[in-house]
Ligand binder design. Structure first.
Ligand code: F6R
Length: 265
């Protein structure tokens, strides 16, 4: 695993966007695994800007998102389909038919999840999976005690996650956060050929230290990325605050030739 610490959130987002952009330039028909959440908004903005400037082509790209709330249709402003259309898909030259999220309104959620796994298989698997981490340690919506071999399925959200995402829902407008979601499993995520995790902000400092430097445990789903042999974690200084090997991560980034093109981003 590589851990890269950037001075601030903007440079961490820029580096993440550049890694994704380069992967797409190398393989125009990339299958991209995507995440939602506040952390990713500026990454998508940067990718959309590159697309608009003619520097990035999404026409052959396929996408699979990590997760979706149970019960929220695409047109609900709190659904992750809505988020993805708003922050990325409507701003780039992607064929919407190549963009996939679980359908949280499906009558048979188990069948929907099995179908989602099948679609990923048929696409040849995910080449690059973008990840954030939640305050509960979740990746996707894999809450504590999710098996490291779990696949796409319906899950129950923890009070921590309800508190993290609850503020996006406005009760005055009749909005209520679902307490269930569909998510790629930890095992599904680990099947991606490359993992790119972006974590910013002081409030994530404890959980990212537990995930990266703590023991691998299903109590912190994010710790499962320690099992992946092609994984980069990009942090800002605030999120990196509790890591014990910061100096080592910094010198590795400065010295490893594979990061030559990325140091000045
Ligand atoms: C969302 C997802 C989650 C988020 C995590 C962090 O698709 O998979 O794991 O990445 O909850 O969310 P933010 O960025 O809002 O702190």
């Amino acid at each position: 695993m590589d851990v890269i610490i950037r001075p601030d959130a903007a440079s961490a987002e820029a580096l993440t966007a550049e890694i994704i952009a380069n992967a797409l330039r190398v393989k125009p028909n990339l299958t991209l695994g995507l995440a939602t959440g506040a952390t990713m908004e500026k990454v998508y903005q940067r990718l959309a800007d590159m697309n608009k400037a003619g520097a990035l082509d999404f026409s052959l790209c396929k996408t699979f998102n990590l997760d979706e709330y149970v019960g929220l249709p695409a047109e609900d402003r709190n659904s992750y389909r809505y988020y993805m259309n708003y922050h990325l898909f409507d701003r780039i030259n992607i064929d919407k038919r190549n963009t996939h999220l679980e359908d949280g309104t499906a009558a048979d959620l188990e069948a929907e999840c099995a179908h989602y796994e099948q679609l990923m298989d048929e696409a040849g698997g995910v080449d690059l999976q973008l990840l954030g981490i939640g305050l509960s340690g979740h990746i996707g919506f894999n809450e504590p005690l999710s098996s490291f071999s779990s696949r796409t399925r319906a899950v129950n959200l923890t009070p921590t996650t309800m508190a993290q995402n609850g503020p996006y829902f406005d009760p005055a407008k009749g909005e209520k956060m679902p307490n269930r979601a569909l998510t790629m499993g930890v095992g599904t995520i680990l099947d991606a050929r490359k993992l790119v995790m972006l974590v910013t902000g002081e409030r994530k400092a404890d959980i990212i230290a537990a995930a990266l430097e703590g023991p691998m445990t299903s109590m912190v789903s994010g710790s499962a990325i320690q099992l992946h042999d092609d994984c980069v974690v990009i942090l800002d200084e605030a999120a990196a605050a509790k890591l014990t090997l910061k100096d080592y991560y910094r010198s590795a980034f400065e010295n490893d030739p594979k990061w030559d093109a990325y140091r000045n981003i």
